[in-house]
Design a protein around this ligand. Structure first.
Ligand SMILES: Nc1ncnc2c1ncn2[C@@H]1O[C@H](COP(=O)(O)OP(=O)(O)O)[C@@H](O)[C@H]1O
Ligand SMILES: O=C(OP(=O)(O)O)[C@H](O)COP(=O)(O)O
Length: 395
């Protein structure tokens, strides 16, 4: 296995898979740049070694080419963060990318357009991976947040660099930090799962059931469970094809003696907007035309109690649409409760693009034990699953 510390980058072009899937506001400004800051040491290592860096990432989950998800939105910020002007190729493969990559000189940085503009990326298409590989002399995987995806740029590309592939510093430090944490888990262990990525994360919860003592379900994840139990959820976020998985999790909780804590009340809104009309209602009885966008006071109190009595806490996914001030109370309360538990001696691990954005928004990042750039990736690693992005390098 090659190491970024000892590799000779001089005159070489490194294609680096980073996770620049950062949260943007409606003006396309970056609201949390943790993932960009994390990647800087790897990029600088290549540049300082007289190499050049070709950066590739996804942003969001576009269906084909969509300017909303263009990585051009991050170029100015990235230029400032690295201290070197970042060139931008408006395609990740094709003639423009090829020419720009070929002309790249030592010390220069090129950012490629969103990999997910091509469906081949998520399919792990070999031809697509080969085209990306053709731009460079070596491959560095530094996208911990995306290491659980077996995509063209995160895993398949490895086969084109049998002798020239390595982890970047984000991957190295995330893996070793989490390994350390896992060695000695103090109980009770509580996982808090919220957010909006119901379909991918509900499968993760299923596996977590054999590891945790308490499982708190909040955020957009709530309503698939509520509906599975026969409640009425109005227009709340739901994944109807995961109702059976939710029922299986409820059953597993009973079998494994996991205490499952679901929201009991919700702050509901008549539109997905900070200006919407709002009211509090029972989580099982949300009227048609209304949607749950935050947890309400009774739920906050019960979640707080569980968190503050935990010895290890794992949090992924905000419990409300915290980006809108009127639906941020629950997420702020969870963050505060985690800080209180940490001050009492608990070990707290927070991961995921938006969860980290939330903890930073409240200025609490240095009051928790560990902040990870990965959400789903972190959870899958903790569960003991092989991450394709790790296997691609380590074999
Ligand atoms: N009740 C809800 N309805 C819709 N979206 C929600 C709800 N609660 C939280 N969210 C959204 O979930 C998103 C984060 O989800 P996710 O990507 O799974 O988390 P992370 O990035 O931390 O891994 C946030 O943008 C937040 O607005
Ligand atoms: O933001 C990410 O994951 P996260 O929401 O689990 O933190 C990664 O960039 C992976 O994105 P994906 O879940 O669309 O593959």
């Amino acid at each position: 296995m090659q190491s970024i510390d000892t590799y000779n980058f001089s005159g070489k072009k490194a294609i680096i898979r980073v996770d620049f899937n950062v949260p943007l506001n409606e003006q396309f400004e970056i609201t949390d740049d943790t993932r960009i800051r994390a990647a800087i040491p790897t990029i600088k290592k290549v540049l300082d070694g007289n190499g050049s860096a070709i950066l590739m990432s996804h942003l969001g989950r576009p269906k084909g080419v969509d300017a909303k998800f263009s990585l051009k939105h991050i170029v100015a910020h990235l230029t400032k963060s690295i201290g070197v002007e970042v060139k931008f190729a408006d395609d990740c493969i094709g003639e423009s990318a090829k020419t720009m990559a070929a002309n790249l000189k030592p010390g220069e940085v090129l950012l490629l357009e969103n990999l997910r503009y091509y469906k081949e990326e998520e399919k792990g298409d070999e031809e697509f991976a080969k085209k990306l590989a053709g731009l460079a002399d070596l491959w560095i995987n530094d996208a911990f947040g995306t290491a659980h995806r077996a995509h063209a740029s995160t895993a398949v590309i490895a086969k084109f660099f049998p002798e020239a592939k390595m982890f970047g510093y984000v991957m190295e430090s995330e893996l070793s930090s989490v390994d350390k944490v896992l060695k000695d888990t103090k109980r009770p262990l509580t996982a808090i799962m919220g957010g909006a990525k119901v379909s991918s994360k509900i499968e993760i919860i299923k596996t977590l059931m054999s590891q945790v003592d308490h499982l708190i379900i909040g955020g957009g994840m709530t309503y698939t469970f509520v509906k599975a139990m026969g409640g009425t959820i109005g227009n709340s976020l739901v994944e109807d094809d995961k109702l059976e998985t939710a029922r299986e999790i409820l059953q597993k909780a009973k079998e494994n003696n996991v205490k499952l804590h679901l929201a009991t009340d919700a702050l509901i809104a008549d539109a997905f907007s900070n200006d919407a009309n709002t009211k509090v209602c029972d989580v099982n009885a949300i009227p048609e035309g209304w949607m749950g966008l935050d947890v309400a006071d009774a739920t906050i109190e019960s979640f707080k109690k569980v968190i503050e009595e935990s010895k290890t806490i794992l949090w992924n996914g905000p419990v409300g649409v915290f980006e809108m001030d009127n639906f941020a109370k629950g997420t702020k309360a969870i963050a505060d409760a985690i800080v209180t538990a940490t001050e009492k001696g608990a070990f707290s691990l927070i991961g995921g693009g938006d969860s980290v954005a939330a903890i930073n928004k409240y200025g609490l990042a240095d009051k928790v034990s560990y902040v990870s750039t990965g959400g789903g990736a972190l959870l899958e690693y903790i569960e003991g699953k092989e991450l394709p992005g790790v296997t691609a390098i380590r074999g």
